[in-house]
Design a protein around this ligand. Structure first.
Ligand SMILES: [Zn+2]
Length: 209
């Protein structure tokens, strides 16, 4: 069952104002949307605890502040047993049947294989599946660093990869303290955020600031 192993509510993040990267003016707040984590378990314990999850959401909130989009962790549920290791495309696809409406669903698994390069492990992926009502979601591996959620959400909000060092959508960290979005990416995020709201794919969880 979807929620059979539901964990207690782990964290509710404050919506504190965040410092901005690169002096970008903060766009008018659009929406706060919910994130629902689905966390694989090994033995009796989830493979990622509340601190691990909220750190990644906090980092995303700082990076998305210039776009006026913020995220709040609404729930952390247990992933159904048998999905701890995601190896094939089909493994990724079937996760779609566990997706809940109205929020961004983020799976946290023990391992995530690159389906294009045998033997290579990925830290995260934005994945589309017809089994999900919304059609797409994020999968994180527990080996992922604090900025990977923000990167995959960047794909969720319509962005491809960037070649600019330090850009959150680049593989080159560029030695910057905080990765950033450029103006065109921010515009795209806001456009997607409006679309998600209009189509009710994502239902805001709080009034704009
Ligand atoms: Zn990517």
């Amino acid at each position: 069952m979807l929620l059979a192993g539901a964990l207690a509510l782990l964290v509710v993040l404050p919506l504190a104002a965040s410092p901005l990267a690169h002096g970008q003016p903060e766009a008018p707040a659009l929406s706060t949307v919910g994130i629902r984590f689905l966390v694989a378990r090994q033995g009796d314990a989830p493979i990622a605890d509340g601190a691990w999850l909220s750190e990644r959401a906090d980092v995303a909130n700082r990076i998305y502040a210039p776009a006026g989009v913020s995220f709040r962790v609404m729930r952390a549920d247990a992933l159904e047993p048998g999905h701890e290791h995601i190896v094939t495309r089909q493994d990724r696809n079937v996760l779609g049947s566990q997706v809940a409406p109205d929020v961004i669903n983020v799976f946290v698994v023990a391992s995530l294989a690159d389906v294009d390069v045998e033997g290579r492990a990925l830290r995260g992926v934005h994945w589309r599946s017809r089994l999900a009502p919304s059609g797409h979601y994020v999968i994180l591996s527990r080996i992922c660093g604090p900025t990977v959620l923000a990167h995959e959400l960047g794909h969720f909000y319509g962005n491809g990869h960037s070649l600019t060092p330090g850009n959150i959508m680049s593989y080159d960290r560029g030695g910057v303290e905080q990765p950033f979005f450029d103006v065109a990416q921010i515009r795209r995020i806001r456009s997607f955020a409006r679309r998600f709201q209009r189509t009710r794919e994502l239902v805001p969880v709080a009034s704009p600031r």
